[in-house]
Design a protein. Structure first.
Length: 183
């Protein structure tokens, strides 16, 4: 299941070559951080959890069975770190406030009306997503924001693809109801 480059990097990591693990960090740090930032809603917490994810991956590299790509294995570790932190604390986050203030609109868009519309739309979607259960929120972030396939999500969430598809569908239905004002 591993690509040639991943196999080469994995051999280096298992030999204790720090530059091999550095290659993994360079390749996946941003996406793991982004995933955790969406889940946590707090940049500082996401940074801490990302560091914990890579530290845990380094410490447990011999437990990696190569049944999934390194990316999905790291996402699984990150998701577990997030769940652990959620159990400890259910605080609202600084990232949510920052998200509401800033736009998803690209800075290159010169039409002020488009920027305002995208900004308002993003705020509405984000507020609606905050009403989802953590498991529903996770599938939306993984699939629609992080772009993971259902197969990749299976490795991250450790659930069957059918369950993930069902949960994603239920989350979309709930999100539509929230957005239409019925919840």
């Amino acid at each position: 299941m591993l690509q040639g480059l991943e196999r080469h990097i994995l051999r280096g990591i298992r030999k204790g070559e720090p530059e091999a693990f550095e290659a993994v960090i360079c390749q996946y740090y941003k996406s793991v951080f982004s995933f955790l930032a969406y889940l946590c809603g707090d940049k500082n917490a996401a940074e801490d959890l990302t560091q914990d994810t890579f530290t845990s991956a380094w410490a447990n590299i011999n437990g990696y069975k190569q049944q999934a790509s390194l990316k999905t294995w790291l996402y699984r570790i990150a998701y577990n770190k997030f769940l652990d932190s959620e159990r400890k604390s259910r605080q609202s986050s600084a990232l949510a406030d920052e998200f509401r203030e800033k736009s998803f609109a690209t800075q290159t868009d010169s039409d002020p009306l488009k920027i305002i519309t995208k900004d308002e739309y993003s705020r509405i979607i984000f507020e609606a997503m905050q009403k989802l259960e953590p498991a529903e929120y996770a599938v939306i972030v993984l699939h629609y924001i992080q772009g993971l396939s259902y197969r990749e999500m299976e490795s991250v969430l450790m659930e069957p693809v059918g369950t993930i598809k069902w949960r994603t569908n239920q989350a979309i239905i709930k999100l539509r109801k929230i957005l239409s004002g019925r919840i």
